[in-house]
Design a protein. Structure first.
Lengths: 151, 230
């Protein structure tokens, strides 16, 4: 019995010290990792809206949505949605950019509200139907979200 | 075994990759470019030295029944810390090596050295052993990746892992029409590995034969001396 207790306590102690070290390392590196991720994301955004400067992207909080991960509003240009959907593989991630001018256009508005974009009107995504359907749904959801919540 | 012998064991005599066939999963997978090999090698050296030191420190208090779980906890913690540092300061290297950084945890070289050496020897010797073995691993994967990158792309290059845009050197040695892109595939990894492992074995056999010959001659001489004395 004493032996069991000794072994248990020793392993628990080692694990606790390891956990402490990990927490320390994480607290030191997490902000840098987050900053790196943000910089990489801004690079992608700059590809979509090349006219916008680095400070023109503003992240806004997402209200109750499972698939919309992040929203960036680009001053005077449009809105970018970062979507996370489950297709053939877990965690397909893509960006939807909606131009301010296009959203103001009535026909585009109707195409979003009235009917859904069909999978076959899009270029094939990774050559598989299982992945492209959630992507189409994601694009539709981003459009609806923009009309309902942002504009 | 003296310290110097112990340190240099990892290069030829007990080379972990081509001699003992340890840590092959990452070796075969990441040796496509020189950059990957050097990044991976440095990460493994850091983990190996630190894990050897810590396990050597703990060797007198670790109950032998639970030594393996203790080693695994120590190694996994170190690997995770290294992974976080790479993610923070060399993100390009992180995306290039991907899952093979966390997989250092299950690299047999590290657990092997912990069990075979660090758990029985002092702190300084263990650190030296870790450095020697880590360098042996690093040199092995550097050689392998240099061959594969050169044959597959014709270019031998190295970029600063902290700023991927900063090219330290880039040599174009083989014209584009003569490259064998197969060597960047797993197939090429196995072929390169087989040739290098064969070369090391041949060298070791040659060395052993030489030593055996020397020994036989020495014996003969001793016998002759004994005869003359009679």
């Amino acid at each position: 019995m004493k032996k069991v207790l000794h072994l248990t306590l020793f392993l628990a102690l080692v694990a606790a010290i390891a956990g402490g070290a990990l927490a320390l390392a994480n607290s030191l590196t997490a902000p840098i990792v987050a900053a790196n991720a943000l910089a990489a994301e801004k690079e992608n955004l700059a590809l979509i809206f090349p006219n916008a400067g680095d400070d023109d992207f503003e992240e806004i909080t997402v209200k109750d949505s499972e698939t919309i991960e992040k929203i960036f509003q680009v001053k005077g240009e449009g809105t970018v949605f970062k979507m996370q959907v489950t297709g053939y593989k877990e965690g397909t991630s893509f960006m939807v950019a909606l131009d301010d001018n296009a959203v103001a256009d009535d026909s585009f508005r109707d195409s979003l509200i009235g009917k859904n974009a069909e999978a076959d009107t899009l270029d094939i995504i990774s050559g598989a139907t299982v992945s492209s359907r959630p992507v189409v749904d994601g694009i539709n959801e981003a459009g609806k979200y923009l009309l309902e919540n942002v504009k | 075994m003296n310290r110097k012998e112990n340190f240099t064991a990892g290069f030829i005599r007990e080379n972990p990759v081509f001699g003992l066939y340890l840590g092959l999963c990452s070796t075969l997978a990441i040796t496509t470019t020189l950059n990957n090999a050097i990044g991976m090698g440095v990460a493994v050296i850091l983990v190996l030295v630190m894990s050897n030191v810590i396990i050597s420190c703990l060797r007198k208090v670790t109950p032998s029944e639970i030594r393996i779980p203790v080693y695994i906890v120590v190694i996994a913690t170190l690997v995770k810390i290294i992974q976080m540092l790479i993610k923070a300061y060399a993100p390009a290297l992180d995306s290039a090596l991907g899952v093979f950084i966390p997989l250092i945890v299950v690299n047999c070289i590290i657990l092997g050295r912990a069990e075979a050496f660090a758990s029985k020897n002092g702190i300084f010797d263990s650190a030296l052993d870790g450095l020697g073995m880590g360098l042996g691993y690093t040199v092995s994967i550097i050689v392998m990746s240099a061959i594969r990158q050169l044959l597959a792309t014709g270019i031998l290059s190295f970029e600063n892992p902290f700023h991927m845009d900063q090219v330290i050197f880039s040599l174009k040695l083989i014209p584009e029409d003569y490259v064998i892109s197969m060597f960047s595939q797993p197939f090429g990894a196995f072929i390169t590995f087989a040739f290098l492992a064969g070369a090391l074995a041949a060298y070791k056999n040659h060395q052993n034969a030489k030593e055996a010959k020397k020994e036989a001659e020495a014996k003969k001489q001793a016998a002759q001396l004994a005869k003359e004395a009679k």
